[in-house]
Design a protein. Structure first.
Length: 550
């Protein structure tokens, strides 16, 4: 439960420190005095988003700190799973800096807003006026039924599995779409691949083929040129080789006379050897030259195949064609694997469907068993709240659709009077009836929930007199097992509290401030009397207030 609240530099509050006790606490005050500011500050501690409008003084930071006694509520697992230090008296602090940045701490450990919001769900339920209307929403109605049915763990298991099931379904749809598209392309890709495979391409062969083609296509002129070169080189009397040898013989005669002549001899000797090697190479080239029209035709055909494939695939090299061939092989291999993937994920989906159906059937059965219990408890409470002829009809129908909380659809019907047909809550229930139904729901849920604190923000809208008195009694009964706060304008409810706080607003110079004060017995008597009669307290109002308090 919340034991204290400290507020600094928030809205109309400059500084406030207030302690709370267990049981039933009342908060009253005139409209506009600042009750919503207190709830707003508490909301920030519980993880609501903040902005600079929260700061009273824009030059200083806003600090809101709340202390919670949590030793009896088995919250240690939450702290461990979020790597937070656990303390029986846990302190939550929220800071809004003048820059607009916000920081949050749990027992001095920094936390993000999501962690703070998750923790707040385990600490406080703030029931605001607009939440009464949420009672007509199917989601909220399911939450009520599931709380009584103790379906929380089953629904959590179902939701985890449903998420996995939806991921599988999405993946299957993607695979099926890919398979459909691939099937259309498969025939053409197979043709392209067969064409490339049949061409038996090899890296670097295009250059070799083009060189061989040039040789064979020009064999006569090449033969003529080589033979002429050989003739010039090897002519007996005037050939290059003969002349080189003559020069060599001449230099041998004078080589011993000077290092310079010896160097020239070495060079001519080297040149003679090199030229002799060139001559031999020319001979070999000449011997290899064969006029082979058939080979030329084969090379020409192979080159035309390569050029045609390059043009078709818009590339310039054989290596690029080989890369395309590899990609086509991989693509066709993937198409073959698609069928295996589709089969595998289909089997996974079918297995999950079996478990989902089992869980949803369990959830449905427990819901059906809880409906009579809920109706009986609601009627019993509402009869005491001035609705003696109230009836509920709750139809839960199993469907084939997987919703977020099972496979059920819900129709929550209501009739307040004899002889009237059942209708949807939001259509047939008045504001006062909705307030009483919501209080009855909260009272019932308090029997199943381990929530430490519940705050009612003007749940008494639309009621008065004895009904208000009975609503106060119900809240007081609830406070036996949890901490209850009620923000109210009704003296009948205010008188039921074990502690009474008043929110007031004052103007000091040019500054307006709100404050929250715990009332003494005498101050409380005056406050309830003023709620009965207005600013001027009459003797009858005082006596009435005493009677209510007693």
């Amino acid at each position: 439960m919340i034991t204290s609240l400290s507020i600094k530099n928030y809205a109309l509050i400059e500084k406030l420190n207030i302690d709370f006790s267990k049981g039933f606490s009342i908060i009253t005050g005139e409209t506009g005095a600042g009750k919503s500011i207190i709830l707003g500050a508490l909301g920030l501690v519980l993880g609501k988003r903040a902005d600079l409008t929260s700061l009273k003084n824009k030059e200083e930071k806003c600090v809101i700190e709340a202390h919670f006694e949590i030793s009896k509520y088995n919250l240690l697992p939450f702290f461990e799973s979020n790597d937070l230090d656990y303390e029986d008296e846990t302190i939550i602090r929220r800071e809004i800096l003048p820059s607009g940045k916000s920081r949050a701490f749990v027992n001095d450990s920094p936390v993000n807003l999501q962690e703070l919001q998750e923790l707040s769900l385990l600490l406080i339920d703030i029931h605001s006026q607009h939440q009464t209307q949420e009672l007509s929403e199917e989601k909220v109605q399911f939450e009520i039924i599931d709380a009584i049915a103790d379906n929380q763990e089953d629904i959590l298991d179902y939701q985890i599995l449903l998420k996995s099931y939806k991921l599988d379904k999405s993946k299957l749809n993607t695979l099926l779409k890919k398979q459909s598209e691939s099937t259309k392309e498969q025939e053409y890709n197979t043709f392209l691949l067969d064409e490339l495979v049949a061409s038996n391409l090899k890296s670097g062969e295009q250059e070799t083929l083009e060189a061989d083609y040039e040789k064979l296509n020009n064999v006569e002129i090449i033969k003529e040129s080589i033979d002429k070169s050989l003739a010039i080189a090897n002519e007996e009397q005037i050939g290059v080789m003969h002349n080189l040898k003559e020069i060599k013989v001449s230099l041998q005669k004078i080589a011993s006379f000077s290092p310079e002549y010896f160097s020239l001899l070495e060079r001519i000797t080297s040149l003679t050897i090199e030229f002799d090697d060139i001559s031999d190479e020319l001979n070999r080239c000449s011997e290899k030259l064969i006029n082979d029209p058939e080979q030329l035709d084969l090379i020409s055909q192979k080159l035309q195949v390569i050029y045609s494939l390059q043009k078709k695939h818009q590339v310039l090299t054989v290596d690029e064609l080989l890369e395309i061939q590899t990609n086509l092989e991989n693509s066709l291999f993937e198409i073959g694997n698609l069928e295996n993937e589709i089969t595998s994920i289909t089997n996974s989906i079918q297995e999950k469907v079996i478990v989902l159906d089992t869980l949803s059937n369990t959830i449905h059965k427990k819901r059906m068993d809880s409906v009579p219990v809920l109706c009986q408890k609601l009627i019993a409470i509402l009869e005491t709240l001035g609705m003696p002829n109230v009836r509920f009809k709750i139809d839960i129908n199993a469907t084939t659709t997987y919703f977020e909380n099972g496979k059920d659809e819900l129709e929550f019907l209501f009739s307040a009077n004899k002889g009237t047909d059942f209708g949807l809550l939001k259509k047939v229930a008045s504001g006062g009836e909705m307030s009483r139904i919501m209080l009855a729901v909260k009272a019932i849920l308090a029997q199943y929930s381990k929530l430490p604190t519940l705050i009612f923000d003007e749940i008494d809208t639309g009621v008065s007199g004895e009904i208000a008195n009975r609503m106060g009694e119900i809240m007081k009964e609830m406070s036996q097992t949890m901490q209850i706060f009620a923000i109210t304008h009704l003296p009948q409810i205010a008188a039921k509290g074990t502690a009474h706080f008043k929110v007031s607003k004052s103007t000091i110079g040019e500054d307006t401030q709100s404050e929250l004060k715990l009332l003494s017995d005498e101050e409380r008597l005056i406050e309830i009397a003023q709620m009965l009669s207005g600013t001027v307290v009459s003797d009858s109002a005082l006596n009435h207030a005493k009677a209510l308090l007693n």
